[in-house]
Design a protein around this ligand. Structure first.
Ligand SMILES: C[S@@+](CC[C@H](N)C(=O)[O-])C[C@H]1O[C@@H](n2cnc3c(N)ncnc32)[C@H](O)[C@@H]1O
Ligand code: SF4
Length: 330
């Protein structure tokens, strides 16, 4: 097999998904037999949510249908990815939606682990993270659980994470941490705060609150990440200190991440997840790696590499790279 690693102008990793320790490693992307192989795979196991967070597009109208990814489709995706398990650093089982709504999630985690993937993770609002659910996910071999909490008071958290209970979330997370510690599971906890105008003042208190509760030697982290615009769908207050990334910088996500939506559609990137306006294809109709390396995708990659990132409307309106640059990892 002809595998080479090409140096690529990669900043810190993207917003929602690549928040783990591997995100700090050397800037490269992998090409195998002239195809770009993603390091990070995002599988939207559920499109739909129990919450209505104010910075999330989930409640905005879209032609996409809500629902859970059928396990047959999920397995088909994993079977296609299995030959690349050594190149793939992470599999993330969430997109726009709450993965814990899927009762089949532990089986999906287990299937990934049986196929050799090294870091299988998910992000959750933790409102449904009861002890039994945490137990099933740990038993299935979940490597990383990202917990989204956006405040240190009920008023602030619930004002952002509408329909969740701050008290329940905190209780669930503490119980899940205790379970992990008591039985020696290896799952890492990433406690993640999306900084926005309503909660920015609580970020330093958030770090103080969570630092004694996590265990850094087990790989746990606290992450602060600035709100991004979902490709222009959400209004982001930029403020006087906001510095845009120049248009000649290519976006590394076109090279290091593939996203598979819950019905098999492959959108351009994370900013395109909600609508899939720039869909590259659907895994039900073709090979996943061929779709990820099709003429449309390669043309967009070339435009970015030629210094014309801002030519595409979605890229011009996207603030993911700026959010990544300001990410804090503690
Ligand atoms: C879309 S959610 C899906 C997983 C799960 N429902 C959750 O909230 O963690 C994935 C991550 O995106 C984050 N997120 C949502 N809207 C965002 C925005 N506008 N900017 C940055 N992160 C955002 C959430 O806080 C969460 O950490
Ligand atoms: S919990 Fe996650 S998916 Fe649900 S509305 Fe909030 S950010 Fe969006």
């Amino acid at each position: 097999m002809n595998t080479k690693t090409i140096k690529h102008n990669k900043s810190k990793q993207c917003k929602n998904h690549k928040v783990r320790q591997t995100s700090q490693r050397a800037s490269t992307h992998v090409v195998k037999e002239d195809r770009v192989i993603p390091e990070n795979v995002v599988i939207e196991t559920v499109f739909g949510c129990n919450a209505k967070c104010i910075m999330c597009p989930i409640e905005m109208p879209t032609k996409r249908q809500k629902g859970v990814m059928p396990s047959v489709l999920f397995k088909r995706v994993i079977d296609e990815l299995a030959p690349y398990y050594q190149q793939i650093d992470q599999i993330d089982l969430f997109g726009v939606g709450e993965p814990l709504l899927d009762k089949g999630l532990p089986d999906k985690v287990k299937y990934d682990k049986e196929n050799g993937f090294q870091d299988v993770g998910l992000a959750t609002n933790a409102d449904l993270l009861e002890k039994g659910t945490a137990y099933k996910l740990f038993e299935a071999g979940l490597d990383t659980i990202m917990i989204s909490i956006d405040g240190i008071t009920a008023e602030v958290h619930e004002g952002i994470r509408v329909n969740t209970s701050f008290e329940r979330v905190i209780k669930n997370v503490k119980k899940a941490l205790a379970l992990r510690d008591e039985y020696g599971y290896q799952t890492k906890f990433v406690i993640r705060f999306i900084r926005q105008s309503n909660n920015r003042h609580q970020w330093s208190g958030f770090k103080e609150y969570w630092t004694p509760l996590i265990t850094k030697t087990k790989g746990d982290l606290i992450i602060g990440y600035n709100i991004h615009s979902w490709g222009g769908e959400i209004e982001v207050q930029k403020g006087p200190s906001y510095k845009p990334i120049p248009g000649h910088v290519a976006c590394h996500h076109l090279f290091d991440r593939i996203i598979i939506l819950r019905n098999g559609t492959i959108p351009l990137c994370c900013a395109d997840m909600h609508h899939a306006h720039y869909a590259l294809g659907n895994v039900k109709n073709g090979s996943l790696m061929e779709i990820y390396n099709n003429s449309m995708m390669n043309e967009i990659r070339k435009r970015h590499q030629a210094g014309n990132r801002l030519d595409l409307d979605i890229c011009a309106d996207c603030t993911v790279l700026e959010s990544e640059r300001n990410k804090d990892v503690i």
